[in-house]
Design a protein around this ligand. Structure first.
Ligand SMILES: Cc1ncc(C[n+]2csc(CCOP(=O)(O)OP(=O)(O)O)c2C)c(N)n1
Ligand SMILES: [Mg+2]
Length: 320
C-alpha cells in the first residue's frame, strides 16, 4: 500500500468515530428519532473490508450501517442529514439511521430485520452471475443473524448455485443483550459455514490491516468463480446495542478490556512504528475529521425536512 492509502484508512476510521460521537449527542438532544445503533469499536471491520473491494462490488449490511455508508464513499454530511431525517440525507430523510443506501456507490443498504438481507445478497450475486458481470457481493451481518432461518437458506443456496458472494459475520460477541454462547450452539461461528461446505476464515477485527488482508484474499477467491466464501471477523461494540441500553448483560471491566484494544489506537501505533507517518501528521488528520464532522452537523441542522408530498415519491424503482 502507498502511504496515502494507509492514511486514508486512518482517516475513515476516525471520521466514523467522530460522526457517531456527534450523532449520540444529537440523539440525546432529541434531534434524531427512532433507533440509533452505533458502530464505535467496530470501525476496523468495514474500513478494512470495504477498502479491499472494487467499485463494481456490491455491499449490503444490517442496521449498524453508518460506518459502512461512509466507507462506501457516502459523504458524512449526507449520513448526518439522514440521521436527522432531512431531505438532503442519503435516503432523502425517509430511511433514517437503519436505512442508508446509495446504489450509485454500490451500497445496497441498511436493513432492519435481522438476517433478512442475506437472501437479498444471494439475489444480487445471482444477478451478477446471470449477467456475467465481474462483480461480487459483500454481505455483512451480526453473530445474532447466524441463528436466523434466512442465514441458512441463503448460505445453502449460495453454495448450490456457486454464487459470487462473500459472507461476512461481524462477531461482536452479543446479539442485543445475549452473548453468543447463550444463543448459538456453535460458539466458533465460522463452523456454521462448514455445514454448507463453504470455505471460511476468521480474523481479528480490531486490526484494520489484518482485516484488509483477509478481505483481499477472500474477494480474490470469490471473484475467480470459486463460489461463496465466509469470513468471521471478531470485534466488539464499545457502546450499548442501541441508544438507551442499560448494558446489564456485561461487566464494565469486560468493556474496558476491549477498549484497551481500540482499533484506532492500534492502527495509530502501527503507522508510527512502521514509520509511515508522524504523530503530527496523524493529529492533523484527526483535526480534519473533527472539522468534517462539525460541518456535517451544521449542514444537517440547516437542511429542510422532506415536504409532505415526498411521502409518495421513490416508492417503486423507475422502469428501465
Ligand atoms: C427478525 C428480527 N428479530 C428480532 C429483531 C430485534 N433485534 C434487533 S437487533 C437484534 C440483535 C442482532 O444481533 P447481531 O446480529 O449480532 O447484530 P449486532 O446488533 O450485534 O450488530 C435483534 C434480536 C429484529 N430486528 N429482526
Ligand atoms: Mg452481534
Amino acid at each position: 500500500m502507498e502511504k496515502e492509502e494507509y492514511l486514508d484508512l486512518y482517516y475513515q476510521m476516525v471520521l466514523i468515530r467522530r460522526v457517531e460521537e456527534a450523532a449520540a449527542q444529537l440523539y440525546q438532544q432529541g434531534k434524531i428519532g427512532g433507533f440509533l445503533h452505533l458502530y464505535i469499536g467496530q470501525e476496523a471491520v468495514s474500513t478494512g473490508l470495504i477498502s479491499a473491494r472494487q467499485p463494481q462490488d456490491r455491499v449490503i449490511t444490517a442496521y449498524r450501517d453508518h460506518g459502512v455508508a461512509i466507507n462506501c464513499g457516502i459523504p458524512a454530511q449526507k449520513v448526518m442529514a439522514e440521521l436527522l431525517g432531512k431531505a438532503t440525507g442519503v435516503s432523502k430523510g425517509k430511511g433514517g439511521s437503519m436505512h442508508m443506501a446509495d446504489v450509485n456507490k454500490n451500497f445496497w443498504g441498511g436493513h432492519a430485520i435481522v438476517g433478512a438481507h442475506l437472501p437479498l445478497a444471494a439475489g444480487l450475486a445471482l444477478g451478477d452471475q446471470y449477467l456475467g458481470n465481474d462483480a461480487i457481493t459483500i454481505c455483512m451481518f451480526g453473530d445474532g443473524a447466524t441463528n436466523i432461518g434466512y442465514f441458512h437458506e441463503a448460505l445453502n443456496l449460495s453454495k448450490v448455485w456457486n454464487l459470487p458472494v462473500l459472507w461476512v459475520c461481524e462477531n461482536n460477541q452479543y446479539g442485543m443483550g445475549t452473548a453468543v454462547e447463550r444463543a448459538s450452539a456453535v460458539s466458533e461461528i465460522r463452523q456454521k459455514a462448514e455445514g454448507y461446505c463453504i470455505p471460511n476464515d476468521c480474523v481479528d477485527g480490531m486490526d484494520v490491516l489484518k482485516v484488509r488482508q483477509a478481505a483481499e484474499e477472500a474477494i480474490r477467491f470469490v471473484r475467480q468463480n470459486n463460489g461463496p466464501f465466509f469470513l468471521e471477523i471478531e470485534t466488539y461494540r464499545f457502546r450499548g446495542h442501541s441508544m438507551g441500553d442499560p448494558e446489564r448483560y456485561r461487566k464494565p471491566e469486560e468493556v474496558k478490556k476491549w477498549e484497551e484494544n481500540d482499533p484506532i489506537g492500534i492502527y495509530r501505533n502501527q503507522i508510527i512504528n512502521l514509520q509511515i507517518a508522524s504523530e503530527e501528521e496523524l493529529d492533523l488528520l484527526e483535526k480534519k475529521a473533527e472539522k468534517e464532522t462539525a460541518e456535517a452537523v451544521q449542514f444537517a441542522e440547516n437542511s429542510p425536512e422532506p415536504p409532505p408530498e415526498a411521502l409518495f415519491e421513490h416508492i417503486y424503482a423507475d422502469a428501465q
